[in-house]
Design a protein around this ligand. Structure first.
Ligand code: OX2
Length: 825
């Protein structure tokens, strides 16, 4: 018998030459996709390229995970119900530094990389800012070589696709996994059992101590799917672990044994619905029990996984846990983790309460993303009784101990006790998830300076008085790799030709561009790039929505979720005002106003706003007087890959929320980085952007937070503004007259009625200031050269808003984690 070859450890990494990529495409077309050159489809070519790139990621991924393990580093786990990744191919190719090799090799397939990129479907596992922030953070954590893992849910259906039919939003399911997802690797061997329901058993251990145990027969399996997350031009490849729900074997077995086959299969389906669909609500809660199941499913699977990894190196050394693990809660959605870790430490590991609580409160940190009351999660106690009885006990105990401490500090202050209780009494008893998050975490942060201050003075005032040291700010950021380098290749090339390309890694270097604002030739080049980007968007709009836009007009863009507080309606009121100006024969600066974004399916008013935008757009379109002067377009199905085309083409970015309502905003940052000027209020991160960019290069309008609060306190009467402002009155009267919907003239009356009666977001109070500010914008745009200067200064002064800066602060000030460089040799 032939002697067995000694097994070779697979440690060599694949080559990145053009030839190596060509061979890899060939190989994947044949062996992974079972196609030949005659039968391979465009999409399969994309898959072959993606597999070839993935192979290279995997080499580094394995090495990264090995190194973390060998060095026994402190790890960060970023827990989030949403990761809005978008497409991956372009980003991976960029970060791996194989752009030119892949580009050249792809030519062999008769395609360009750009064409192939269009084949990829977005991974739309998030609603908006919160989910996209998580995706930017993954990119930054890998780029900064931090030992970090993202954990979330692998929804079978992501954010719905928006169709505009007869001017109204329709939702279509996003069946993104119908086509194979080349980036993920299933790990069924690492599946985890997640219990639900059942009851709590109290028992006595051999030392005579009373202990608790959660018992149930109801389990769901959590299957991990891993996606590699490469850093920018280092060897780090971190992991994004998404859990998919599958029925646990034993679950259906009883039925199978009883011979009721169909009932068994039905029950299996029930458990699999947990990861079926993303709840499409941004900044508002959904009180459905399935959503609570999703949340616990993520928490239970993630915590078991985290604990298992810790025990591999440190079994029994529980005191070490906070030195090896930091868990960041992306809003309160994964807050049950706090109770889950307590349950594991108390019931499974046998720790005492004080020991366990000390570990928990040195492990978790919580990020708050909103002040909006409708987004503050509260779960009925009855849901917990049904689904998570042991966690309910634990939360009661946490609450009792916490309130005892509060009452020591403020004896007899019962009002404060009931305000601060984790349990809201009066009416149906509810668990306040934000309070659980604060009590169970060692750090609590807001996402922009203003927002973090408002947390301390309003929403969490009592908690701030009790634990001032827990509260801190981490101003959001976005990754310059995706949002400048990838989305805007032409501007990136121009910038790099002047200041080198290290800004992609160290975005503070973008400041070097400032001096070129004074260079007339550069200004021309910069605006030529903008024009190219506008043409690229125009071509895409023609192809997808069959609309013609004039690229020589001011591109005035507002893209984000549709929400009353974001005030798309104020934007529309201004457009109607411009329309009336044109009808009066006044001269206007030619503009193309674009509004895009999804409404939550059940949010009636947001849907009316979409409808109004489309109706006004259609009237303007049909009016020859407006030709070449004014156009309004609703951008259908706004999503990450669309944003990458829209944002580089903008001249003006609309960031017009009522002061005090938008926690940060991140779209605002993406626009400014790409050389758009902002018209905005002093809200969220706009405040800090304006500080950096300079007041002269920012179009500010509207009431400040203090003025808003004052106006509301003295009794806001929107009708007063209507009565004293002729332009405003004309606009509202025109809507009310049915002009924009002649067949059903009553359609938009509820919008006007709400504005005149309550107007909770103060559109009427800010209208005059907004219109005047827009006049300044129009004037400024007429002076092309001056505008170019301002645009360059905007791009050049956005260094602070890289998510690398944000993540550096999280790592240093919250997580206490350090970079762990990876060597592939
Ligand atoms: C969003 C906030 O509305 C937005 O202001 C912020 O920029 C983003 O989170 C990232 O921090 N759901 N989405 C948000 O908050 C919640 C809750």
């Amino acid at each position: 018998m032939a002697k067995k070859e000694p097994s070779k450890k697979h440690s060599e990494v694949l080559e990145n030459t053009v030839q190596a990529f060509k061979n890899a495409f060939d190989n994947h077309i044949h062996h992974s996709l079972a196609r030949d050159e005659h039968t391979v489809t465009k999409h399969e070519k994309f898959l072959a390229v993606a597999y070839a790139v993935r192979d290279r990621l995997i080499d580094r991924w394995i090495k990264t995970q090995e190194t973390y393990y060998e060095k026994d580093v402190k790890r960060v786990y970023y827990l989030s119900l949403e990761f809005l990744i978008g497409r991956t191919l372009g980003n991976s190719v960029l970060n791996l530094d194989v752009e030119s090799a892949v580009e050249e090799a792809v030519a062999e397939l008769g395609m360009t990389l750009e064409e192939l990129r269009e084949e990829e479907v977005d991974a739309g596992l998030g609603n908006g800012g919160l989910g996209r922030l998580a995706a930017c953070f993954l990119d930054s954590m890998a780029t900064l070589e931090l030992p970090a893992t993202g954990m979330g849910i692998r929804y079978e259906y992501g954010m719905f696709n928006q169709k505009i039919k007869d001017g109204q939003q329709e939702e279509l399911p996003d069946n993104w996994l119908r086509l194979p997802n080349p980036w993920e690797i299933a790990r069924p061997a690492n599946a985890i059992k997640v219990p639900f329901g059942g009851y709590v058993v109290t028992w006595t251990d051999d030392k005579g101590k009373l202990r608790n145990r959660w018992e149930t027969k109801d389990y769901v399996l959590a299957l991990p799917y891993d996606t590699p997350i490469p850093g920018y031009r280092n060897n780090t490849v971190n992991n994004l672990r998404l859990w998919s729900a599958q029925s646990a074997d034993e679950f259906g077995l009883a039925y199978f044994n009883n011979g009721d086959y169909l009932a068994a299969v039905q029950d299996m389906e029930l458990s699999e619905t947990i990861s079926k669909v993303l709840y499409p609500n941004d900044s508002s809660v959904n009180g459905k029990i399935l959503r609570l199941r999703q949340q616990y499913f993520l928490c239970a699977a993630s915590l078991q996984d985290i604990v298992r990894r810790f025990k591999k190196l440190h079994d029994g050394e529980w005191k070490l846990f906070p030195d090896k693990v930091a868990i960041q809660l992306n809003d309160t959605h994964p807050a049950i983790s706090i109770a889950e870790l307590m349950r594991i430490l108390l019931d499974d590991e046998g720790l005492e309460w004080d020991e366990a609580w000390d570990i928990v409160t040195r492990t978790f940190a919580y990020t708050n993303h909103t002040l909006m009351p409708e987004a503050l999660e509260k779960w009925p106690v009855s849901f917990f009784e049904k689904l998570l009885p042991r966690h309910l006990q634990i939360i009661y105990e946490i609450n009792a101990r916490f309130l005892a401490k509060v009452s020591l500090k403020w004896p007899g202050d019962t009002a404060r006790l009931s305000r601060m209780s984790l349990i809201q009494e009066g009416g149906e008893k509810m668990i306040r998830m934000a309070y659980l998050s604060i009590v169970g975490s060692y750090a609590v942060n807001g996402v922009a300076a203003l927002h973090s201050d408002l947390l301390k003075t309003s929403l969490f005032k009592d908690f701030y008085e009790f634990w001032p040291e827990k509260f801190n700010n981490k101003t959001n950021g976005v990754t310059p790799r995706r949002w400048v380098r990838k989305a805007n290749p032409a501007m990136s090339a121009l910038v790099s030709s002047k200041i080198g390309d290290n800004w992609v890694k160290d975005f503070s270097e973008i400041k070097k561009l400032e001096k070129f604002a004074e260079d007339a030739k550069f200004r021309k080049e910069f605006m030529a790039v903008k024009l190219e980007n506008k043409k690229r968007l125009a071509a895409y709009l023609k192809q997808t929505q069959n609309v013609d836009v004039n690229v020589n007009t001011l591109f005035d863009i507002q893209v984000k979720r549709i929400h009353e507080y974001k005030r798309q309606l104020l934007n529309i009121l201004h457009v109607i005002h411009l329309y009336l100006q044109i009808k009066d024969g006044k001269k206007v600066t030619p503009r193309t106003v674009m509004i895009g974004g999804k409404s939550a399916p059940g949010y009636w008013m947001a849907k009316q706003i979409i409808r109004l935008a489309n109706a006004v757009g259609a009237i303007i379109d049909s009016d020859p007087d407006c030709k070449g002067k004014l156009q309004m377009i609703f951008l259908e199905n706004y999503r990450v890959s669309f944003a990458e085309k829209i944002i580089p083409a903008a001249d003006l970015s609309e960031q017009i929320s009522t002061s005090g309502t938008e926690a940060s905003g991140t779209g605002n940052m993406k626009f400014a980085m790409n050389g758009a000027l902002t018209i905005g209020t002093l809200d969220g991160a706009n405040v800090e952007m304006r500080e950096e960019i300079g007041a002269d290069n920012f179009f500010l309008f509207g009431l400040t937070v203090e003025e808003v609060q004052e106006l509301l306190a003295k009794g806001y009467r929107p009708r007063d503004f209507y009565e004293k402002d002729d332009d405003l009155r004309r606009v509202l009267d025109l809507i009310n007259s049915g002009f924009f919907c002649p067949d059903h003239p009553e359609t938009f009356r509820p919008i006007v009625e709400k504005l005149l009666s309550s107007d909770p977001f103060l559109l009427l109070a800010d209208f005059r200031s907004y219109v005047e500010c827009q006049e300044k914008v129009a004037k400024a745009y007429a002076d092309k050269d001056k505008w170019a200067k301002m645009a360059i200064l905007n791009a050049a002064r956005m260094g602070k808003f890289s998510s690398d800066r944000t993540i550096e602060q999280y790592a240093k000030e919250i997580w206490q984690t350090k970079a762990c460089p990876i060597s592939i040799k």
